[in-house]
Design a protein around this ligand. Structure first.
Ligand code: NAG
Ligand code: NAG
Length: 465
């Protein structure tokens, strides 16, 4: 019997409203779970009794497998392995569906751990002429201590005005095209056009501007190397001039003050500009103008990816993008059913931005403390440095994530690799002292362990006992 048939029968038997209990579609992951609600590899017999649907009193899963509540349009309820009860009070179903592992945490979650999830849709949006911007900082997500993020949209020809700030800025183009301009510390000017998957980095205090190009302009993610950053407190050209005596502006530019009678009286921030020409046409041509010798942009998605068994990894940090001294990044493509393996980062907190797909992450904080969060496109996650974690693709589409760090280099430790590089006796004594047979199987698996950042899900055939 297929899972959905079983669910129908059981749903009817238990008089559960079908819309809440029936998955809309079958996915490879759900087929894996088909059976006792356990991964197929642990099933003893194919003739096992039909499982109860997730989030019903009869559902049993001592192995805490993920359930893609959003993808399957399920309504998570707090039932777990015979415990729990229905909900009588008010209940935000949409939020519960986004966070199934908060509604029914894995039985391994324990202790007090601060919130490590935020969605950009919960951020205030500042709407301007031809664009908008919203931020996720320490004020939205208190764990966002080391980095802050801004999601900004500039329509065709729309300008994020000439400005600077004390934080360094790292930017990743999510869609469309954008022109960036800047002046470097040596007085060299920089100008480049970027598309999806390209990025830029402007060190602290460097003046710069952005403009949407092409038919629909652009949307991008900005990262600042201070979680307390505020996009409201950047230094803007218009704001400065609006608050400088006209006599001084006149003196500074050696022109009569009337020239400046009509300059903006307050900041412009984001506004519609005129259509820019090509870079060659727009490049400043003055006698003393010089081109920057530095490279402030990088084509991240054009990098040759590291191919792992379950997806692709691209790392961009000061080793291949030398200017990026304070932000290191990894771009991950995690296949359906695959997992960003159990690991930790020794040198910085992780700030993740989910571009596509749905994920489950459990963060382990020592002292018996662990908490699980779910993420989807547009969400932000934080994992404090050294805390063990994984990123599991729980949906049926590829999961695309950016991992960002306030660091010059990307660094991680793989649990799998560590155990493979540890004396086998030590590993068996620690994990399998009273279970030598399973210890042997485990040793065989880790014997030739290599770092495999994204591990493929095992197929049923490979793993049947
Ligand atoms: C611009 O947006 C419109 C409307 O969403 C879309 O049909 C069109 O394909 C887009 N153009 C480009 C170049 O992406
Ligand atoms: C964050 O910035 C605000 C405003 O500048 C300041 O009052 C506050 O002390 C800062 N907090 C931290 C933790 O740096």
């Amino acid at each position: 019997m297929r899972f959905s048939d079983a669910a129908l029968l059981l749903g009817a038997a238990l008089a559960i409203p079908l819309a809440t209990a029936i998955p809309i579609q079958d996915s490879p992951r759900q087929r894996l779970l088909d059976g006792h609600g356990l991964p197929a590899k642990y099933r003893k017999s194919k003739a096992a009794p039909a499982p109860a649907p997730p989030y019903t009193p009869g559902y049993r899963d001592p192995y805490d497998s993920a359930v893609d509540a959003t993808g399957k349009h399920l309504n998570p309820l707090p039932y777990r392995n015979g415990l729990g009860a229905s909900v009588l009070g008010p209940w935000n179903k949409a939020r519960a569906r986004e966070d199934p592992d908060l509604v029914r945490p894995p039985s391994t979650d324990h202790g007090n751990m601060p919130n490590l999830r935020w969605s950009f849709v919960d951020s205030h949006i500042r709407i301007e002429e031809g664009g908008w911007t919203r931020q996720t900082t320490m004020r939205e997500l208190p764990a966002s201590i080391e980095l802050a993020g801004v999601n900004m949209r500039l329509d065709k020809d729309v300008i994020r005005e000439l400005h600077w700030h004390k934080e360094a800025e790292w930017g990743y183009v999510l869609a469309g095209e954008v022109r960036v301009t800047a002046l470097d510390y040596e007085g060299g000017n920089f100008i480049d056009d970027l598309g999806q998957g390209d990025l830029w980095y402007f060190p602290s205090g460097m003046p710069h501007s952005l403009q949407g190009l092409g038919e629909n302009g652009t949307e991008f993610l900005l990262i600042f190397d201070d979680g307390n950053f505020s996009e409201e407190s950047t230094f803007l050209l218009t704001d400065w001039l609006a608050h400088t005596p006209k006599s001084v502006i006149s003196e500074n530019f050696d022109l009569p003050p009337e020239i400046f009678a009509h300059i903006p009286q307050s900041e412009k921030y984001i506004f519609k500009g005129s259509q820019p020409g090509s870079i060659a046409e727009e490049r400043p041509h003055g006698k003393y103008v010089k081109k920057s010798k530095s490279q402030f942009t990088h084509r991240m998605l054009e990098q040759e990816p590291r191919i792992t068994t379950g997806g692709k990894v691209r790392v961009t940090d000061s080793r291949n993008f030398p200017i990026s001294k304070t932000v290191a990044a990894a771009h991950l493509d995690i296949n359906p059913g695959a997992i960003r393996e159990m690991h930790w980062h020794p040198n910085a907190d992780e700030w993740s931005f989910f571009i596509r797909g749905r994920a489950r992450v459990t963060v382990f904080a020592a002292e018996g403390t662990a908490r699980t969060f779910d993420y989807q496109a547009g969400d932000v996650g934080v994992v404090p440095r050294n805390m063990g974690h994984f990123i599991e693709n729980i949906g049926d589409e590829p999961l695309e994530v950016l991992e960002l760090f306030r660091a010059d280099e990307f660094r991680d430790f793989s649990l799998f690799q560590w155990l493979g590089e540890t004396p086998q006796r030590m590993v068996v004594d620690t994990l399998f002292q009273n279970d030598k047979a399973d210890g042997e199987r485990f040793l065989k698996e880790i014997k030739n362990a290599q770092k495999d950042e994204i591990r493929a899900g095992k197929s049923e055939e490979e793993t049947d006992l």
